[in-house]
Design a protein around this ligand. Structure first.
Ligand SMILES: *Cc1c(COP(=O)(O)O)cnc(C)c1O
Length: 341
């Protein structure tokens, strides 16, 4: 029991399986800065095709794909619109301003989701006093909102508005496959609504490294240049891309298992006295607040049982389910959570 550990801090904590590693070892590689890595090209084509966009670019991280997209969509001094819970605003080290010299108009949405009218009223009028509004960024699922998904009809309204107002529309789709599985959609349903999409392979899909930026030929050509300037041009990156190809082929449908486990945890928590509040569980994230009186006990017992999780605020706990969190881990977790009541 001593070495037993449950890690619910993030779905980035997964370790590549033997099958994934086998694919990586046997990848055909070349220098990708010279555009000679067959496996990287294969991955980029695969994802572009599934989202029905023209092109894609393999990058080391989702922060980089988001930051490249912001740079390509904007000019120095422009403004972008996003929800106040957005990853691009909260967790990318201030890159919107330091990488692109762009200001941010924050919207107080609904668990991280914003709608057409909120955006419409946040667009600056054409007047020298104001920064030019250039870009709208959505996040789906919303990490800080508790893994919430957009209703695709709301995205259609936003997409239409952005076309009318000539604004770029970017999706931080670090967990877009969680939304796709939860809503029984196809990647192409989302592809046609956005000018650019960032997808992480290293979250629920279980690859060790990698994100993809998806967009038109012109957009991706420009992004390739920005990637180089950000230091993200990689050489024999096909070893990593092979993990991504494996993940897209094998680890998408199984996300449902992570969602079911999260749902089960959510139901259990909602019956416990020491849980003050729990966000609706829609995908693989469970976000809840503890009663003050139970905070210390919760921390102590979870530490003793070697169950790791993260705090999003003082009393606000996040569990993220993933492919290394098994059925027996779930049973053990539920037992511990109930024992705390
Ligand atoms: C993880 C994450 C990213 C990108 O993170 P990296 O760690 O840089 O790959 C972007 N957006 C959201 C919502 C995320 O959860």
């Amino acid at each position: 029991m001593k070495n037993y550990k449950i890690d619910l801090r993030s779905d980035t904590m997964t370790i590549p399986t033997k099958d994934m590693l086998d694919c990586m070892i046997s990848a055909k590689v070349g220098d990708d800065v010279w555009e000679e890595d067959e496996t990287v090209k294969k991955l980029e084509k695969l994802i572009a095709k599934s989202f029905q966009h023209e092109s894609a670019l393999f990058c080391p991280s989702g922060t980089m794909t988001n930051q490249i997209a912001i740079r390509v969509h904007t000019k120095l001094g422009d403004e972008l619109i996003c929800d106040k819970l957005s990853h691009i605003y909260n967790y990318e080290a201030g890159g919107i301003s330091s990488n692109s010299g762009v200001s941010t108009k924050l919207i107080d949405g609904h668990y991280g989701r914003i709608d057409r009218d909120m955006i419409d009223s946040s667009i600056n009028v054409d007047d020298v006093h104001f920064p030019r509004t250039k870009l709208v960024c959505l996040e789906n699922t919303v990490n800080k909102g508790g893994g919430t998904c957009y209703d695709i009809e709301r995205i259609k309204e936003i997409s239409k508005l952005c076309k009318q107002k000539k604004l770029g529309l970017h999706l931080d789709g670090a967990r877009i496959f969680n939304a796709i599985v939860a809503k029984s959609h196809q990647p192409s349903d989302y592809g046609k609504l956005f000018d650019s999409i960032s997808v992480c392979l290293s979250k629920g899909l279980g690859a060790p490294i990698g994100s993809l930026l998806i967009g038109s030929h012109d957009f991706i050509n420009e992004s390739r240049r920005v990637r180089k300037s950000f230091g993200g041009g990689m050489r024999q990156a096909g070893y990593l891309a092979a993990a991504g190809i494996y993940a897209l082929s094998n680890n998408v449908k199984r996300l449902k298992k992570d969602h079911d486990k999260a749902q089960f945890i959510g139901e259990c928590l909602s019956n416990l006295k020491y849980v003050k509040n729990i966000r609706p569980v829609e995908t693989n994230i469970v976000l809840f607040d503890l009663e003050d009186s139970h905070l210390e006990k919760f921390k102590r017992i979870m530490f003793e049982k070697n169950i790791q999780y993260s705090f999003m605020a003082k009393n606000s706990v996040r569990f993220v389910t993933h492919l290394n969190f098994s059925e027996s881990d779930l049973e053990k977790l539920i037992k511990v959570l109930k024992s705390l009541n």
